[in-house]
Design a protein around this ligand. Structure first.
Ligand code: TPP
Ligand code: MG
Length: 434
């Protein structure tokens, strides 16, 4: 046998046994939830550095929490974006519409009208308010939980519902999983189910925009769990190396399906702190504070637009509902988490702020919620006329081979013919859409 190097374990030393740390969430179903370990700094206490500052000056902001709305429901400190009441009401309206849309679509899935849906309850500010801080033609590369962006950008709800129902009105012709929208006209990049792929794409797009001397910036949204993907880290490297005009929004909603944020590194440091190692500007923001979300995104947008550099923003929030309609969170987390979450609910907080400044009241809120629910219901009915799951009103089977090549190549034509032939053999009575 070959000699072992001096001091190796085989020589029988008394070095301690190594052990592996496997993260475990603090609370499981049935546990009493205590979030007192989460530090919540006072609203208005975080400084607001110059938009062109050196990322090294932002160290503390990556570990703190930018907050504007205080316990008194008033706006505080240097991050107050000082939006006029009409803009605040518009923000609240988009958030209410997003919530109404989520409720209706979730119910639609339970009624068998679609196979799948994902809500963003509790996270509305991270898409609606952030999107309002961008220009309408800035290119966004979202994940699957930013329906608030499309609603804020005025994308027709009927197009969203047609896509969710994969019906004959679906512009994507049923080729995408429900909720994976795409709209070139609304500068909304096609959603991909492969986690984090949108992050290098956003950086690449931003680099191209800079190379062309364009003025549009890019912004991407990615879940905290997805930051564990290699793509996210390549995106950070490219963003910093080329000073790409891009904003990397990390939505830390504490959960990645049934895995808690600890599996993506949250036990060790913050997600905003990732920025430090790359030399990116890093901000950690109360994601349930609509004004803080707006202010941080606008800060980063101004920075990018002035060629001062990319920003990584962590929005600290909570996924109030299940991951998707295929999930049951009662199997892995305590039901108390939602009510105990120390940062409250973003819609309630913005509503209470508008009431506190004398620009809103409960009656108007009730009316707005009712109108949003009725509008979504009406549009849902319109979309249902184009078909729902299993009703056969979808794009012809054969079209799945189209639109990739300008001319269908011979081998795809052959496969299409074969697929249609097999379908006719399997269903000799015929399917109207085949
Ligand atoms: C590359 C890849 N791995 C795994 C999955 C399965 N998957 C879909 S969503 C998800 C959780 C993502 O969590 P997070 O990034 O925190 O986003 P959130 O759902 O909380 O918004 C997983 C593991 C996937 N779609 N793609
Ligand atoms: Mg998550």
């Amino acid at each position: 046998m070959a000699d072992r190097p001096e001091g190796s374990a085989a020589q029988g030393d008394n070095r301690p046994k190594l052990s592996l740390h496997v993260p475990e969430p603090k609370f499981r179903p049935g546990d009493t939830v205590d979030f007192s370990h989460i530090e919540v700094p006072a609203a208005g206490s975080a400084p607001r550095p110059d938009e062109a500052c050196d990322p090294a000056e932002m160290h503390d902001l990556a570990f703190g929490l930018v907050r504007v709305l205080g316990d008194d429901d008033k706006a505080h400190g240097p991050w107050d974006p000082k939006l006029d009441p009409d803009t605040l009401r518009k923000m609240l309206g988009h958030m209410a519409m997003t919530r109404a849309f989520d409720e209706r679509m979730f119910r639609g899935q339970r009624q068998g009208k679609t196979s799948f849906y994902m809500k963003c309850t509790g996270e509305e500010a991270t898409s609606v308010s952030a999107s309002m801080a961008l220009a309408g033609d800035d290119m966004v590369f979202p994940s699957y939980r930013q329906q608030g962006i499309l609603i804020q950008r005025g994308y027709p709800l009927i197009e969203m519902i047609n896509q969710i129902y994969s019906n004959k009105g679906d512009k994507l012709k049923g080729r995408q999983l429900p909720i994976m929208y795409s709209s070139r006209e609304h500068s909304f990049f096609t959603i991909s189910g492969n986690l984090a792929t949108q992050t290098p794409q956003a950086v690449g797009w931003a680099m191209a925009s800079a190379m062309k001397g364009d003025s549009r910036i890019a912004a991407t949204w990615v879940g905290e769990g997805s930051t564990a993907e290699g793509d996210f880290h390549s995106a950070c490297t490219f963003a910093t190396v080329y000073n790409a005009p891009v904003i990397l929004n990390v939505i830390n909603n504490q959960w990645a399906i049934s895995s808690f944020s600890g599996f993506a590194g949250a036990e060790r440091t913050t997600f905003a702190a990732r920025a430090l190692g790359y030399g990116l500007a890093g901000l950690r923001v109360d994601g349930n504070d609509a004004l803080a979300c707006y202010a941080a995104e606008r800060w980063a947008a101004n920075r990018a637009r002035a060629n001062a550099g990319p920003t990584l923003i962590e929005f600290f929030t909570y996924r109030a509902e299940g991951h998707s309609t295929s999930d049951d969170p009662s199997g892995y987390r305590s039901a108390q988490e939602r009510s105990e979450w120390p940062l409250g609910d973003p819609v309630m907080r913005l509503k209470n702020h508008l009431i506190a400044i004398g620009e809103w009241d409960e009656e108007r809120q009730e009316k707005m919620d009712l109108e949003a629910a009725e509008h979504v219901k009406k549009v849902t009915k319109e979309a249902e006329a184009n078909g729902i799951l299993g009703h056969g009103l979808h794009h012809p089977f054969r079209t799945m081979f189209e639109d990739v090549f300008e001319e269908l190549p011979w081998h795809l034509r052959e496969q299409a013919d074969q697929a249609v032939h097999e379908r006719e053999t399997k269903f000799p009575e015929g399917l109207p859409e085949a």
